[in-house]
Write a protein that binds this ligand. Structure first.
Ligand code: SF4
Ligand code: SF4
Length: 269
């Protein structure tokens, strides 16, 4: 699974880079933003209120966003761990930093206390999401382009990418070195939009207490720094189903993916 996911991520990163370069060279009319599901959310308000799409976003973006919500309800943030090219780059950076600086886990230089971590994941990301959506709906322009690491990296110096965009990207990569996956965990507006659906997501990791030895290898190898060994079932909306924890677990059957049934309302059992 680990190898399969890496092949998946590499293929998508290569495809996005190829599409970006072809568009930049004028050999294709399809920009990388056509494949961005977040563009669907950015344009949704404009589409439903004015029957007009925001700037370059269109039907494909909207369809991708709706499909992504369905996927997230089924398989949580699997999109982030298996498909998103920006997520792949930040994850590879986090793994490289862990190896170079010989860190035992993905908590980074300043491990963030659980309460602060939760406040940032909810508050900061929702603030970023709100800002981007309001600015987009008011201007009709995709104002986020110049700040979006996916667009900056894969558009091959696309429209709206300025010198300061590369400074933003450098700052995000610098932050990722000391605070692994900081973009995904605390700033990504798509991550914030998917969060409610991800919490409801049915495919979940479950820990079998009869087989688990409490070694903590799963915690140390989770790129999202989730406390896998301390819960029976991982209900966090941040799990990307990357399965790094199951790959690291030395005990067969201690961790398994489980389809969690929707809880029935009381009295209807
Ligand atoms: S809990 Fe496991 S599957 Fe979920 S993000 Fe962490 S390592 Fe990946
Ligand atoms: S790695 Fe496996 S055995 Fe070790 S604490 Fe996690 S689930 Fe338990």
């Amino acid at each position: 699974m680990k190898r399969l996911r890496l092949i998946f991520q590499l293929s998508i990163v290569a495809a996005a880079a190829f599409a970006g370069v072809r568009y930049a060279l004028g050999k294709s009319l399809v920009s990388v933003e056509t494949y961005c599901p977040f563009g669907g959310l950015e344009t949704a308000w404009s589409f439903f209120t004015r029957r007009r799409f925001s700037c370059a976003a269109g039907e494909t973006n909207l369809a991708l966003f709706i499909a992504l919500i369905v996927l997230t309800i089924l398989a949580r943030k699997a999109f982030c761990g298996w498909v998103c090219p920006a997520g792949a780059l930040f994850e590879w950076e986090a793994k490289l930093a862990r190896r170079v600086f010989k860190r035992r886990d993905f908590s980074g230089v300043w491990p963030v206390p659980a309460k602060v971590d939760r406040a940032l994941k909810i508050g900061l990301r929702i603030a970023v999401l709100g800002l981007v959506l309001v600015a987009t709906w008011k201007t009709g322009e995709l104002v986020f382009r110049g700040y979006d690491p996916y667009y900056i990296v894969f558009s091959a110096h696309g429209h709206d990418v300025k010198a300061w965009s590369y400074l933003v990207l450098a700052a995000l990569l610098g932050l990722g070195l000391v605070m692994p996956m900081a973009w995904c965990k605390y700033l990504c507006p798509l991550g914030a939009a998917l969060w409610p659906a991800s919490i409801a997501g049915r495919l979940r990791l479950a820990r079998n207490e009869h087989h688990c030895t409490g070694c903590g290898a799963c915690d140390k190898n989770c790129p999202q720094d989730l406390p896998v060994s301390r819960v029976k079932e991982l209900t966090s909306g941040e799990c990307t189903l990357c399965l790094e924890c199951t790959a690291a677990c030395p005990t067969p059957q201690a961790l398994e993916l489980r389809w969690s049934a929707v809880p029935r309302p009381k009295g209807k059992r």
